[in-house]
Design a protein around this ligand. Structure first.
Ligand code: SAM
Length: 214
């Protein structure tokens, strides 16, 4: 049974793969533009942090990969082999020698050892992943003490017209491949909320950048 603060139509790993098999070919065109500012902000935050080893979870088609400083060593993981195929092509085309690996892997069951990375970043993934709190626990495990975990995501509006629209859109979560009714509390505990830096990101504060020190 779902807990009451979960999004209404939780996706499972198979529906995520199926959704992004369909999205892979058009993802950059349909979603690349509206999400570009949030992605740039998140990577700029990563670039400004100490530490070289970065895990990008839900790397998708690799839109963020060319934005990292070349002294950051990036490992990308994703559930969707179709999205990863695009990311691998991007790495070849742009000669991104600082991308160490792109792996088909579930971010909720990461095969790296504890404390393997300085930074983990998830861009537009938290509202897609089947169990976002499990995802966060895994990121805490693989990021070293003193490191950072970053999320950029759309979170459910607190009220007004946008809340109504998002609740309506949530009935189509499976087809969309993400949860329009995903709230910050679906991801962060009270304790995490106190530690985190939370910043709205354009366009129109639609997205939020969360930085969680470890
Ligand atoms: C909206 S796309 C975002 C892609 C990319 N981060 C970007 O900024 O464009 C969400 C991605 O998260 C991936 N994803 C969702 N749940 C995942 C999980 N548990 N483990 C790994 N990847 C996951 C999906 O396959 C998809 O590629």
């Amino acid at each position: 049974m779902k807990s009451s603060n979960q999004p209404r139509n939780a996706l499972d790993a198979e529906s995520v793969k199926e959704a992004y098999r369909r999205w892979a070919g058009v993802y950059d065109t349909v979603f690349g533009g509206v999400s570009a500012f949030g992605r740039r902000r998140a990577v700029a935050a990563v670039n400004s942090l100490p530490g070289k080893k970065v895990l990008e979870v839900g790397v998708g088609t690799g839109l963020a990969l060319p934005l990292y400083n070349r002294d950051k060593q990036i490992t990308g993981i994703d559930l969707s082999k179709d999205m990863l195929k695009k990311a691998r092509q991007r790495v070849i085309n742009a000669e991104l020698h600082n991308v160490d690996d792109l792996l088909e892997m579930d971010a909720e069951a990461i095969s790296f050892q504890n404390d393997s990375f300085d930074i983990a970043v998830a861009m537009f993934v938290a509202s897609v992943a089947p169990h976002p709190k499990v995802l966060l626990e895994e990121l805490k495990r693989v990021v070293k003490p003193g490191g950072h975990i970053l999320f950029v995501n759309h979170f459910l509006a607190q009220g007004g017209f946008r809340l109504k629209i998002e609740q309506l859109m949530a009935t189509a979560s499976k087809a969309l491949g993400w949860h329009p009714d995903f709230a910050l509390e679906n991801l962060l505990s009270e304790q995490d909320l106190q530690k985190a830096t939370i910043m709205p990101v354009p366009p129109a504060g639609l997205f939020t950048l969360v930085t969680l020190p470890q």
